[in-house]
Design a protein around this ligand. Structure first.
Ligand code: HAM
Length: 404
C-alpha cells in the first residue's frame, strides 16, 4: 500500500467538508470586501522565492521543495502564495496602471519541508488576500477587520498581535543599532541568533530560546525608532482598531518569517491548538513589486492557515437535501434518468442503478442524506406516477410523473 508522504494529508470526509465550509465563508467575505479570485501555478522559478521571501529566511534556506525540471530550470513548489500573486500582477502589467487598485483572493496548497508536528504540515492550505495600489494604513486596518469577520463567522476565537517593521528610512538605522546591541551580547546568544546577526538581525527578535529572549528585553525597540511617517501610521492603525473595538496586543518582537514586509505586520494567534498557534499572518509589503522588477506599488495582504483552524470550526448540522431515485425492477431503471435530469436543474440528485426492494432504497436515501426517497416499480410505471417519501416529515405520496 502506498501511503501519503510524511507531513502530507488527504482531505477527506469531515475534513473536506470543513475545508469547503471555511473557503466558502472566507470567499464570501473577501468578495464583500471587493476581492476577486486569482489562481497562480503551484510551481514557480526558485528565484521568485529567493528574491521575495528572502535568502536568509528558514523557508528559502531550509524548507523549499526545489528541483531541476526536465528543461533544466531551477523550480520549486510554492511555499506561500504572495510571491506568485505579485509575479502574476507584474507579468500581467497591472503595475503599469498607476492609480488603479487591485484586490485578489486565493486558496490552495503550499509546500514547506518542515519537521512535521501537530499543526505543522509539509503540504498545507492557505486562504489569502493581496491588495495592490493602496498605500493608506486604513487598508491595513480594513484587512485586519476582514480577517476578524472571517474568524467571527467561523466561530474561531483569536488574539491579534501587531507591530511595525518600519520603512527604508527608519529600518536601516534601527538595524545598525540592533546589530551593535547583539554583538555586545553575542557570546550569550544561541547559535541560530549568532548566524542571524549578519544575515537577518531582525529575526533574532523572535528567537524561541528563553535565554535569548531574556537578553533581548534590553534590546533597542523598533517601535521607539520609527520615522515620523511610520509612527503616525502605526498610531492611526491602533486608533482605528480601538474605534472598532478590535482587541490587539502590540508585540515589538513580531517580525514574521518572510523578508518582504515593511510597516504593519500582524499575526492572529489561537490558544486552543497547541504550540503552532499562528492561525493567520500578514502585513504590508510596499517594496516587493518593485523588487521583483515591477513599478513601485504599495501592497498589503494576509494568509490564513486552513488546517490550523479546521478543528476550531463548528460546521452547522448537515440538513437533509435533494432526491434519491431508485427502482424496484430492472425494466424501469432507465426511466429514472429523465426524472433525474429535470430535478437536477435545481436539486441534488442521487440515482441508484440496481433494482432493489423499497426498504433497501430507503436505507440508501438515508445514507446519502437525501430529503426525498423516490421509488418507481411496475405499478408506478403503469399508472404514470412516482412514489415519494419525505424523509424529514415521513409523509408518503404517489405523485403524477409529469407533475413531479
Ligand atoms: P505565513 O505566516 O508564513 O505567511 O503563513 C500564514 C499561515 O499559514 C500561518 O499563520 C499558519 O496558520 C499557516 N502555516 C504556515 N506554515 C504552515 C505549516 N507548515 N503547516 C500548516 N500551516 C501552516 C505567509 O505565508 C504570507 N504569504 C502571508 C501574507 C500574505 N502576507 C502578505 N500577504
Amino acid at each position: 500500500m502506498i501511503n501519503p508522504l510524511r507531513g502530507m494529508k488527504d482531505l477527506t470526509f469531515e475534513d473536506s467538508q470543513r475545508f469547503v465550509y471555511i473557503t466558502t465563508i472566507a470567499t464570501d467575505i473577501a468578495k464583500r470586501y471587493g476581492y476577486k479570485y486569482i489562481e497562480t501555478p503551484l510551481l514557480e522559478e526558485t528565484a521568485l522565492f529567493r528574491r521575495s521571501v528572502g535568502e536568509s529566511s528558514d523557508i528559502v534556506g531550509k524548507e523549499m521543495y526545489q528541483f531541476t525540471d526536465k528543461g533544466g530550470n531551477d523550480v520549486c513548489l510554492r511555499p506561500e502564495g504572495t510571491a506568485g500573486v505579485v509575479r502574476s500582477f507584474i507579468s500581467s502589467k497591472l503595475d503599469r496602471q498607476q492609480g488603479q487598485k487591485y484586490k485578489f483572493y486565493y486558496y490552495g496548497s503550499m509546500f514547506r519541508y518542515e519537521r512535521p508536528q501537530k499543526g505543522r504540515l509539509r503540504s498545507f492550505h492557505q486562504f489569502g488576500c493581496e491588495s495592490f495600489g493602496e498605500g493608506s494604513v486604513c487598508e491595513d486596518f480594513i484587512i485586519i477587520e476582514m480577517i476578524g469577520d472571517i474568524f467571527k463567522e467561523l466561530g474561531v476565537g483569536y488574539k491579534l498581535q501587531i507591530n511595525s517593521l518600519g520603512c527604508t528610512d527608519c529600518m536601516p538605522k534601527y538595524r545598525d543599532s540592533l546589530v551593535s546591541f547583539l554583538n555586545s551580547c553575542k557570546d550569550e546568544l544561541c547559535e541560530d541568533c549568532n548566524r542571524r546577526i549578519e544575515s537577518n538581525p531582525i529575526r533574532v527578535l523572535d528567537c524561541k530560546n528563553q535565554s535569548c529572549q531574556s537578553l533581548l528585553t534590553e534590546s533597542p525597540k523598533l517601535l521607539n525608532n520609527l520615522c515620523e511617517n511610520c509612527d503616525n501610521d502605526f498610531n492611526k492603525l491602533k486608533e482605528l482598531l480601538d474605534m472598532s473595538k478590535i482587541d490587539y496586543e502590540v508585540n515589538t518582537n513580531l517580525v514574521r518569517g518572510l523578508d518582504y514586509y515593511n510597516k504593519t505586520a500582524f499575526e492572529f494567534i489561537s490558544n486552543e491548538i497547541g504550540s503552532q498557534s499562528a492561525i493567520a499572518g500578514g502585513g504590508r509589503y510596499d517594496k516587493l513589486v518593485e523588487y521583483l522588477d515591477g513599478k513601485s506599488t504599495p501592497a498589503v495582504g494576509f494568509a490564513i492557515g486552513i488546517e490550523r483552524i479546521m478543528e476550531l470550526v463548528n460546521i452547522p448540522d448537515i440538513q437533509r437535501d435533494g432526491y434519491y431515485l431508485g427502482s424496484m425492477d430492472s425494466e424501469s431503471v432507465d426511466m429514472l434518468f429523465g426524472i433525474a435530469s429535470s430535478k437536477r436543474k435545481s436539486h441534488k440528485v442521487t440515482i441508484e442503478y440496481s433494482p432493489k426492494k423499497l426498504k433497501a432504497h430507503l436505507k440508501g436515501a438515508d445514507k446519502v442524506n437525501a430529503r426525498y426517497c423516490v421509488v418507481i416499480g411496475e405499478d408506478e410505471v403503469r399508472d404514470g406516477v412516482v412514489w415519494v417519501k419525505d424523509l424529514e416529515t415521513k409523509e408518503e405520496n404517489r405523485i403524477a410523473k409529469d407533475e413531479f
